[in-house]
Design a protein around this ligand. Sequence first.
Ligand SMILES: [Zn+2]
Length: 348
Amino acid sequence: MNAPYAPTGLDFPWPDTPEPGGYQQIAEGILWIRLPLPMALDHVNVYAFDEGDSWTIVDTGFKSKHGVKLWEALLEGALKGKPVGRVLLTHHHPDHVGMAGWFVERGAALWSSRTAWLMSRMLILDVEKEMTAQSHKFWTQAGMDKDLLEKRRVERPYNFADACHDLPVGYTRLKEGDVLEMGGRSWDVLEGNGHAPEHLTFWSRDDDFVVAGDQIISSISPNIGVYATEPEADPLGEWIASCEKFEAIARPEHIVLSGHKRPFVGLPHRMRQLRENHEHCLERLVEHLSEPKTAAECFAPLFKRKIDEGIYGMALVEAVAHLNHLLTEGRAVREAREDGAWLWRAKG
Ligand SMILES: [Zn+2]
C-alpha cells in the first residue's frame, strides 16, 4: 500500500475524523469507528475487521444507553447486518472493555491477554461503595490536597461497573509471539506495558498496519499511573522498556491505528518522542527534588498545563509513577512526613 511517508514527523493519511458513532473505511476489510466518551478525552477508536460472514472488533467503547444505541446502529449500517463474532481487547481499561460483555452475551468470542482478562473481570466485579482504607492511605501518601481527599472520602468512588457491561466467564488468551488471523491478514501479537499490564498490539505481516491501542498514540502521551492496587509498582520503567522494544522494530511505512486520536504514519519518530518525553520529565523532576516534595507538589515539572480538579487524580497517579521510577533507579529517596505523606528528594 502506498501510504504517505513521514521521515521526520508524523503524517495523518485520513484527515477527516469520523463523527461520534461514525466510521470510515481504512482499507479493504478494515473500518475505523469512533465512539464518544463523556470526559476530557472525548472519544475512543474501535476497529472492525471483515471476516466474511462476521466481524472481529478491536475494543468496544464505554457501556451506556447511548453506547448501546450507537452499536445497534453500527451493526445495521457500517457492519451490514453481519454479527460481531469476536472481540479483541488491547487492554483492560473501561473505554476499551466497556461493551465487551454485551457482545459476548450476543455470541461473540472474547480474546485478550490473560492479565487484561483478569483485571477487567476483577475490577468489574469489585464494586466499592466508599473509598477503601487502602485507597485512603495511598492518596495520603501521595500528598493529595486535604480538602479534596475529604471530599472523595465521602463520595461514592468511580467503579469499572459504572462504564462496563458485566463480563461473562470464558475467554481465549493471546500472548507475545502469537500469530493471529484477522481481516484477511496475519498479525504478530506483541505485548507492551506501562499504560496497562500486558497491553496487546497487533502487527500485520501482509501490509503495514499496526493496531496499537493506547500503547502508541500520535498526539497524547498515554497516562502512566500507580494506584492503590499496587502502590510500589514501577510502570514507567516498564513503559520505557516497551518504547525501546517498539522503537527497534518501527518502520517509516507503518500505519498506526491507535485507541485515541487519528491513525498516523511516522512510528520511528513517535516512539523516540514518547520515550524522550518521559526522560525529560524525569530530569526536570530530579531538579525539582533538590528540596523535599510530596507527589502532589510535583505537577509543575511534569505537566505543561494547569491541573484542575477534573484531571487531578490522573496527574497524581502519574506523578507517583515518575517518583517510584526514580526510587527504583536509586535516583531519589523518600521518608514519611508526620501526616503520612511521602516526602521525596533527589539522591546525592
Ligand atoms: Zn483508552
